[in-house]
Design a binder for this molecule. Structure first.
Ligand code: NAD
Ligand code: TYD
Length: 364
């Protein structure tokens, strides 16, 4: 069996990837994660005694640790999920985004290249470095613009998107300069189990369950393309197995939705699953001050991955949302653990000055 070094594997997408990899016996996994505020150490607790899984707490920017881990575990592939990942936090304090997403990725590339250069010719040939990135590097679309393709020029608008764009450029350069066998994926918004509740979907689910306001930025008409996280993980595995080196792939769900629709759908599911007498969850919807520089629309053209690697998302939005909500309802301890003091501080910081604004309907 192969060995994968997964970075950021306690986070949302990384943990879903590791669970799927373990279940489907893709590889033995070394999980390197710094355990920032966005991760719950209990997330993969069910794997702690599994012989094919090893967790290491550490930073992708720590060159010495990386060189030691690579030597010890001799991975066949590295999958880089580790990142600061929340746009709103990148607006409030961008420093950590540059440190992890740009400098950290650089250190990981350097250590991995040094390791790869010393491998036997056969292992060298098979080795892969997969960098997991976002569609946000392409910037914002107008209502009728064509969806992002792999050759759409980069135009990142937030410090988060700019830091991911920087890391993508470094990864690309390591392929072109050194022949280092890299792969890049740019995916749309993910949703599903184990997402930290600072992001829209889990935030809305948990606020609704606690009868708190459901904050909708601006007019709620911003559009995102939503993909169920397990489908994303499957796409990553296809890229790892079948892609030519140096390639990049866009991954999406063919599922553009306005934020308002997303929130309304969550409320409708909760009305069914957790009904309250004479109460609709949608009555908690609250329009608040917009995010600065808020990208209006993202849309992904994923015809390349579909054509070349046969990828199609399996989950549709209604069934995926239902599964997601059921997961949050059935994991109250996980939810309690992530809604710690640090989380409460963030909620205060991000929302207390976002004054409530009248709904667009009342405004017109
Ligand atoms: P997340 O914030 O849930 O998890 C990130 C993980 O990385 C956390 O466990 C954190 O502790 C770890 N980490 C942060 N800095 C680290 C460092 N310096 N060293 C080691 N570990 C570190 O993020 P996510 O939503 O799981 O996203 C994973 C990757 O996928 C990111 O690179 C993100 O840019 C990309 N992505 C996310 C989405 C999405 O919708 N969530 C969409 C497309 C791409
Ligand atoms: P988010 O989950 O932060 O992902 P991203 O900014 O990477 O797309 O936000 C998704 C959309 O939801 C985005 O358009 C911003 C909006 N949003 C709200 O309207 N209210 C909120 O409280 C949050 C966190 C996001």
């Amino acid at each position: 069996m192969q060995t994968f070094l997964v970075t950021g594997g306690i986070g949302f997408i990384g943990s879903n990837f590791i669970l799927k990899a373990s279940k489907e016996r893709w590889a033995n996994i070394i999980n390197l994660d710094k355990l920032t505020y966005a991760s719950n150490p209990q997330t993969l607790i069910q794997l702690q005694d599994s012989p094919g899984y090893h967790f290491v707490r550490g930073d992708i920017g720590d060159a010495e640790l990386l060189s030691h881990l690579l030597k010890q575990y001799q991975p066949d592939a590295i999958i880089n999920f580790a990142a600061e990942s929340h746009v709103d936090r990148s607006i409030v304090s961008p420093q950590d985004f540059i440190q992890t997403n740009v400098v950290g990725t650089f250190q990981l590339l350097e250590a991995s290249r040094a390791y790869w250069e010393k491998l036997s010719p056969q292992k060298r040939e098979q080795f892969r470095f997969l960098h997991v990135s976002t569609d946000e590097v392409y910037g914002s679309l107008g209502p009728t613009d064509p969806a992002f393709r792999e050759d759409t020029p980069y135009a990142p608008n937030s410090p988060y998107a700019a830091s991911k764009a920087g890391s993508d450029h470094l990864v690309r350069a390591y392929y072109h300069t050194y022949g280092f066998p890299t792969l890049i994926t740019n995916c749309s918004n993910n949703y599903g189990p184990r997402q930290f509740p600072e992001k829209l979907i889990p935030l809305i689910i948990l606020n609704a369950l606690h009868s708190k306001p459901l904050p909708i930025y601006g007019d709620g008409q911003n559009i995102r393309d939503w993909l169920y996280v397990v489908d994303h993980c499957q796409a990553l595995y296809l890229v790892l197995q079948h892609s030519q080196i140096g390639e990049s792939y866009n991954i999406g769900g063919n599922n553009e939705q306005t934020n308002l629709t997303v929130v309304e759908k969550i409320c409708a599911i909760l009305d069914e699953l957790v009904p309250k007498p004479n109460f609709n969850y949608s009555s908690l919807m609250t329009f608040v001050k917009d995010r600065p520089g808020h990208d209006r629309r993202y849309a992904i053209d994923c015809s390349k991955i579909s054509r070349e690697l046969g990828f199609e998302p399996k989950e549709d939005f209604n069934s995926g949302l239902l599964k997601t909500i059921q997961w949050y309802l059935s994991h109250p301890t996980w939810v309690e653990q992530v809604q710690s003091g640090a989380y409460q501080t963030w909620i205060k910081q991000n929302y207390q000055d976002r004054i409530k604004v009248p709904s667009p309907r009342a405004r017109s």
